[in-house]
Design a protein around this ligand. Structure first.
Ligand SMILES: *Cc1c(COP(=O)(O)O)cnc(C)c1O
Length: 431
């Protein structure tokens, strides 16, 4: 499969180049030249396939022959090694739980798949590649876990000091070996700026080969299609017309869902639910794309003002707003709505939402009111314990960490504190 840059369709590269580079040299996002359509009988009989078989079937055309079948099957197996259950919450509302992975958030899938691909491509390299990643919380943990001990890959994570949750910080700072955490005295935007500046710094690039593991990377973006197929399999979907509601920040996850639909998965509608960072909901009604400044919210993994993957969503619809509006709705909710919903859903249905899932849940409810014939699945993208510090007090004591992460709380944090200053960051990287 070839991938072209959305800035310049004539610039086309292999899967390997797209994965190793992350972003095209012209700063465009890579997009596959074709979207393969899966056979009808595969989709109709999804429940006859194992999760691993589904994953391989969905992804193999995107890797083409650049990763041999056996190696790719192993990568899929290492990626999908935890469950993705669909739980009924009430009436026509189901939760697709994506938090059963090692770092309790859906980003585990993309990070593990990318680590597998990068590890494969770098298997004979003589010099390690450095993955630079800025995180507001979830990405860093998933990348750290996914890339932990992958040979030939060093990982440097930048996170804003004091602005990630306790559990998130432990996930970033306790692994060691090839994973190092930089605690930046600034905001997530500062972290992102430092990483972006590093990618433009030729002197630094001569010293270290750099790559990014942010959600723009095709190897992080595309495997997110798996969720939608695995949900469909569990719904024995012939009986349901489905709408997916996806809590969205950078719009990578929902865009993968729309790719799954383009490959033939029958989905009636997609709802992007955002917090008050509402650039896309505003765009959908006005046609004007005017990102402001990101605002901090309870659902902090979605505090994104200028969602990088939205250009891919537009590309899927030929950059036509009316075509997009037919399949896609975007709705924004504030923190009061989010907190109230977390309390209410716990009280009424005994289902514990995290703030991101709560935003997805709200988006789904609002859309279902207009669509009486549809069944809805919202994506519960993180375990509530990751955000217990900011959970509404009335439900906080009902949030329990899964046993497998309890040991993290006792591990010692190891990080390097740096000012939000490029020279300091560069000096650290050049050592
Ligand atoms: C990253 C993240 C999101 C947003 O996903 P995008 O693909 O960036 O839209 C939602 N929820 C959680 C918990 C996340 O970590």
């Amino acid at each position: 499969m070839q991938y072209f840059s959305l800035q310049n369709p004539a610039h086309s590269v292999s899967f390997e180049t797209a994965v190793v580079q992350g972003l095209a040299p012209d700063k465009g996002l890579y997009f596959p030249e074709q979207i393969p359509v899966l056979p009808d009988n595969f989709i109709a009989n999804l429940h006859d396939y194992t999760d691993h078989e589904i994953g391989y079937e969905v992804i193999h055309a995107f890797a083409g022959d650049e990763i041999p079948a056996e190696a790719l099957k192993q990568i899929v197996k290492d990626t999908l090694h935890f469950p993705f259950p669909v739980q009924k919450v009430s009436g026509r509302t189901y939760a697709l739980e994506l938090f059963h992975g090692p770092t309790l958030a859906f980003k585990d899938v993309g990070a593990r798949f990318m680590a597998g691909c990068l590890g494969y491509f770098r298997r004979n390299a003589d010099k390690p590649v450095t993955v630079l990643v800025a995180t507001s919380g979830d990405t860093g943990g998933a990348v750290a876990s996914g890339f932990y001990n992958v040979p030939g890959v060093d990982v440097v994570i930048l996170y804003p000091s004091g602005k990630v949750s306790t559990l998130q910080e432990k996930q970033l700072t306790t692994l060691g070996n090839n994973i190092r955490a930089l605690e930046i005295q600034g905001t997530f935007d500062d972290c992102q700026r430092l990483v972006k500046t590093a990618f433009l710094d030729e002197e630094l690039q001569r010293r270290r080969q750099l790559t990014s593991a942010n959600s723009i990377n095709v190897a992080r973006w595309l495997p997110q299609m798996f969720y939608y197929f695995l949900a469909f399999k569990q719904m024995k979907a012939a009986h349901h017309k489905l709408v997916f509601a996806v809590p969205s920040g950078n719009f990578g996850n929902i865009c993968a869902g729309m790719m799954a639909a383009a490959m033939g998965l029958p989905v009636s509608h997609f709802v992007a639910a955002t917090n008050v960072n509402d650039t896309v909901p505003r765009f959908m009604t006005t046609g004007q794309y005017t990102p402001g400044k990101a605002v901090a919210t309870l659902s902090n993994a979605m505090d994104v003002a200028d969602p990088s993957n939205f250009v891919r969503v537009l590309q899927l619809f030929g950059n036509s707003l009316p075509a997009l509006q037919e399949k896609f709705t975007a709705i924004s909710f504030n923190d009061q709505d989010t907190a109230r919903t977390m309390e209410q859903v716990w009280k009424e249905y005994h289902y514990m939402l995290d703030p991101h899932g709560a935003v997805g849940y709200l988006g789904l409810q609002q859309y279902l009111e207009t669509a009486p014939d549809l069944t809805g699945i919202f994506l519960e993208t993180a375990h509530p314990v990751k955000f217990e510090d900011t959970a509404p007090p009335a439900i906080r004591e009902d949030i329990h960490a899964p046993a497998r992460v309890l040991s993290l709380y006792n591990k010692e944090k190891v990080s390097t504190i740096l000012p939000a200053d490029y020279t300091a960051f560069k000096n650290w990287l050049m050592r």
